[in-house]
Design a protein around this ligand. Structure first.
Ligand SMILES: C=CCCn1cc(-c2nc(Nc3ccc(C4CCNCC4)cc3)nc3[nH]ccc23)cn1
Length: 311
């Protein structure tokens, strides 16, 4: 049993469990809800003089869907990542008494892409492509560690500055087993099916190529300025018919995708960018590009934008 204790201690040390003391975490405001929990803005102020740093704290809301085990997995996953395009892990906070814990992360001041693009409508194509290439690099990094995000969407992309975005919310992220190239989930739960690849809708099959499909939907959200009138759910429901209700929505969605309907090109979207989206939305996952190929194509389009601007 001592061996077990030593292993678990070393495990924690290896995880750099930077522990934040709850009594120094001052609540400031609520930032949003993610998978399995809510996120709050806090100041970690051990000196008590308001000189402490602002942090984003994700509190686990233990309920039937999410358990402490799921949350510990999310913490473990995020604590491993070292990538400028993935929201940074800072540590954890054990709550005294209550059998719960919180995940402490860097605070990104501009919120998620949806709020940001609704606020700043003047973002030009080059800036959009810069954001797209950063998300692509973050996804390439995830893939290099055999992780599938499973919930890539503009709501889960945070804005660090006017020239940097980061991927967040790894509540649904899974590691692909070494002997397969996909992950099958048993309990689909409340799935964001309008961001899902056909094989994820039909067979709950998730892979790097299903993340690529979702990346195409994020591109569509970006170039639609995350306008709620043209968001993926609304556009799909328009096509399916608003009188259709769960659970047959996924069946109808699968049918229109199979008959080759896709989200329409956003207005003023450069044709080569819509071409990228269409590549991501190949019905057969083997025909979809990988993130490194997408990254290179985006860089090329950015270069053409630069050349055009020079005229
Ligand atoms: C993404 C996934 C879903 C869960 N989630 C994560 C966060 C989050 N947010 C922020 N910053 C932030 C800054 C300003 C605003 C405001 C609010 C009022 N209206 C305008 C925008 C909102 C959020 N930093 C973070 N670091 C790590 C997580 C995180 C929030 N929700």
């Amino acid at each position: 049993n001592n061996k077990m204790k030593i292993e678990s201690f070393l495990g924690n040390v290896a995880l750099q469990q930077t522990v934040f003391e709850e009594r120094h975490l001052r609540f400031i405001s609520s930032l949003g809800k993610g998978n399995f929990g809510s996120v709050e803005l806090c100041r970690y102020d051990p000196l008590g003089d308001n000189t402490g740093e602002l942090v984003a704290v994700k509190k686990l809301q233990p309920n039937e869907k999410s358990t402490l085990e799921d949350f510990k997995k999310e913490v473990k996953i995020l604590s491993i990542f070292e990538c400028e395009y993935i929201v940074k892990y800072k540590g954890i906070c054990y709550s005294t008494g209550r059998l719960s814990m919180s995940l402490v992360m860097e605070y990104l001041p501009h919120g998620n892409l949806i709020g940001y693009l609704n606020t700043y409508q003047h973002i030009n194509t080059r800036r959009m492509l810069l954001f797209a290439s950063q998300i692509c690099k973050g996804m390439e990094y995830l893939q290099s560690l055999r992780y599938v995000h499973r919930d890539l969407a503009a709501r889960n992309i945070l804005v660090a500055s006017e020239s940097l975005v980061k991927i967040a919310d790894f509540g649904l992220t899974k590691v692909i087993p070494f002997d397969k190239d996909y992950y099958r989930v048993m309990q689909p739960g409340e799935s964001p099916i309008f961001w899902y690849a056909p094989e994820s809708i039909n067979e709950s099959r998730f892979s790097h190529k299903s993340d690529v499909w979702s990346f195409g939907v994020v591109l569509h959200e970006l170039f639609s300025y995350c306008n709620t009138n043209y968001n993926p759910k609304r556009l799909c429901m328009q096509e399916i018919g608003h009188n259709v209700h769960n659970p047959s929505v996924s069946m109808h969605l699968e049918n229109i995708l199979k008959s080759n309907w896709r989200l329409p090109a956003p207005s003023n979207c450069p044709p080569e960018v819509y071409g990228l989206m269409k590549q991501c939305w190949a019905y057969n996952f083997e025909e979809r590009p990988c993130f490194s190929s997408l990254g290179k194509q985006i860089e090329t389009i950015m270069q053409e934008e630069r050349d055009n601007l020079k005229g």
